[in-house]
Write a protein that binds this ligand. Structure first.
Ligand code: GLN
Length: 552
């Protein structure tokens, strides 16, 4: 007899009080909890902005742009889901107000509404529901989590809440709503306050949606007294109020939720037919992360750090996480510092401050700010033999540095900065040139997964242990093929190329010439996962560890 199949279940995750309290991590953790019970899970993110995707936004506005396998440029939460679920997610799992409206309008123009009056309500929520159900279907998911960006009460997400309301009113037994809310402990009072959460629950109610669970985010675990208060005033069962105190590592969140039996209650409520939870691999990873002591110091030299008077690390979140996963397998604790490359733009004077790092990483980027500084940093890492890892722009700039300082090509540059460069080492890809001429910027870079072939006896080939790999991309420019013979003659190795040999995907210095000097045209950080650290990050961290040991 065929195994009894669960009917598809949906969990909406919404936020209250304020943003940035970990709704994405809560969604990803709920996914992990259910996955650990043998259920098939998929996760969606809804962003309420008009941008059709996240690709046109500055990272300091919005954080990292996470690129999916098929090339869709999305929100960093999609990265969290992929990392927690240890899987790649399809494009149908991400939507914005802009993308939903675009589809509805396109269908209307195609007469797909068959002469009907197309209205904001219900046609927009119906399109949202269509996508949610299509994602569940595509993944053949028992449970689909749907995170609605922003906080309840904002005009922007009301149509998404309406979609949740419609789904729940149609199939109440198949839909759960989780409100992730913040409970402040004001210093002047020293007491946890529940009132903002009560207002958030009421605001949610005014949209016709009622929370089944409340995740109580706060500095410390919520106590019994306040759980009862929230249960009473927000209309949820007391045991459905889940403590979510601040934790050292986001990867502890699923285990913490389990302490308050969130998984069990969700499965009960949704009548999910599942196995006993098995957290062994996840717990192993968390334990390893907790136990590492020996430090390696890594500098991320970038420019998307400023947010008013504050420093923002969100722009590089996948890079930071990738460094952590590889450090834990290498048995070291990464101490990651952000160095703004702008400070090296004008002069090389301060480069000596980089001596203290065991590894230097230059992540992806766009435009000219901080570029001369980054090239100086690369020269310093190359000549001082500090392990260097360049991602995308970090590879392109390493090629420029090599051309300027080893090939002595004055005026070597990328046409992104200097369209009339004497030596355009990095040139625009031909198909990109046409798009730029038309002003066609959104979603038009070389995006998503492409195959790359590796050369034998190189750092890359050794690290991957494979001759062919697939990695995700996001760029418009590439190494100019005209300069490849000269670069290779001068000792620069292109260890990864597109299968037709035309695109340089990885560049490195010969094995033995430098502890680790490698750059990728793709973004390996997007595939690094807690349960599957990325081989190139691991090779970089291992080289940094050797350097750190020598300093002891
Ligand atoms: N700006 C470069 C390009 O478009 C690098 C992009 C990146 O680092 N993601 O090719």
């Amino acid at each position: 007899m065929a195994k009894k199949q669960n009917t598809r279940k949906y969990i909406f995750i919404v936020g209250g009080v304020m943003s940035g309290v970990g709704k994405g991590i809560a969604s990803a953790s709920i996914g992990r909890i259910l996955l650990s019970r043998g259920l098939k899970v998929t996760s969606l993110k809804i962003d309420p902005y008009i941008n059709v995707d996240a690709g046109t936004m500055n990272p300091t506005e919005h954080g990292e742009v996470f690129v999916l396998e098929n090339g869709l440029e999305t929100d960093q939460d999609m990265g969290n889901y992929e990392r927690f679920l240890n899987t790649s997610l399809p494009a149908i799992n991400y939507m914005t107000t802009g993308s939903v409206y675009l589809d509805v309008i396109r269908k209307e123009r195609n007469l797909e509404y068959k002469g009907k009056n197309v209205e904001v309500v219900p046609d927009i929520p119906l399109e949202v529901i269509r996508r949610i159900e299509a994602a569940a279907e595509k993944a053949d998911a028992d449970v689909t989590t749907v995170e609605i960006g922003g906080t309840v009460g904002e005009y922007q997400n009301i149509l998404f809440l309406e979609a949740a309301r419609m789904m729940k009113s149609k199939c109440p037994a198949d839909v759960a709503v989780v409100l992730v809310s913040y409970l402040p402990v004001p210093g002047s009072l020293g007491e946890m306050k529940t009132k903002p959460t009560q207002y958030a629950a009421r605001t949610l109610n005014s949209a016709g949606v009622f929370a089944d669970f409340i995740i109580a985010r706060s500095a410390v675990p919520i106590d019994e007294k306040r759980k009862e208060k929230i249960a009473l005033f927000c209309n949820v069962r007391r045991e459905h109020v889940i403590a979510a105190p601040d934790v050292k590592s986001i990867y502890e969140v699923p285990l913490n939720f389990e302490k308050d039996k969130l998984g069990e209650y969700l499965c009960d409520m949704l009548a999910l037919n599942c196995k006993k939870p098995d957290f062994a691999p996840w717990e192993d990873f968390v334990r390893r992360a907790r136990n590492v002591k020996k430090e390696v110091r890594i500098a991320i030299v970038g420019k998307y750090f400023d947010s008013g008077d504050f420093v923002l690390s969100d722009s590089y979140i996948s890079v930071i996480e990738a460094l952590k996963f590889s450090s834990y397998v290498a048995g070291v604790k990464p101490v990651i510092e952000f160095v703004n490359s702008k400070k090296f733009d004008a002069s090389a004077k301060e480069l000596g401050s980089l001596k203290k790092y065991d590894g230097i990483l230059i992540p992806g980027g766009f435009g000219e700010t901080g570029i001369e500084g980054k090239i100086r940093v690369i020269e310093y890492a190359r000549t001082q033999k500090i392990p260097y890892f360049g991602l995308c722009y970090g590879l392109q700039l390493a090629v420029i540095e090599y051309a300027r300082n080893v090939l002595k090509l004055k005026g070597a540059n990328t046409v992104e900065i200097d369209p009339k460069a004497a030596h355009p080492l990095i040139d625009i890809m031909p198909d990109q040139k046409e798009k730029m001429a038309k002003g066609d910027y959104g979603g038009t870079m070389r995006l998503g997964s492409y195959v790359c072939e590796l050369k034998n006896d190189t750092i890359a080939r050794k690290a991957y242990g494979a001759a062919e790999i697939v990695e995700r991309h996001r760029h418009r420019y590439e190494v100019n093929p005209i300069y490849i013979p000269d670069l290779e003659k001068a000792g620069f190795v292109f260890s990864g190329k597109s299968p037709d040999g035309t695109l340089m995907e990885i560049g490195e210095l010969p094995v033995g010439k430098h502890p680790f000097f490698l750059g990728t045209q793709f973004h390996p950080e997007l595939l690094a996962r807690p349960l599957a650290p990325h081989p190139l990050f691991t090779a970089f961290i291992k080289a940094a560890k050797v350097g750190a040991q020598k300093k002891d």
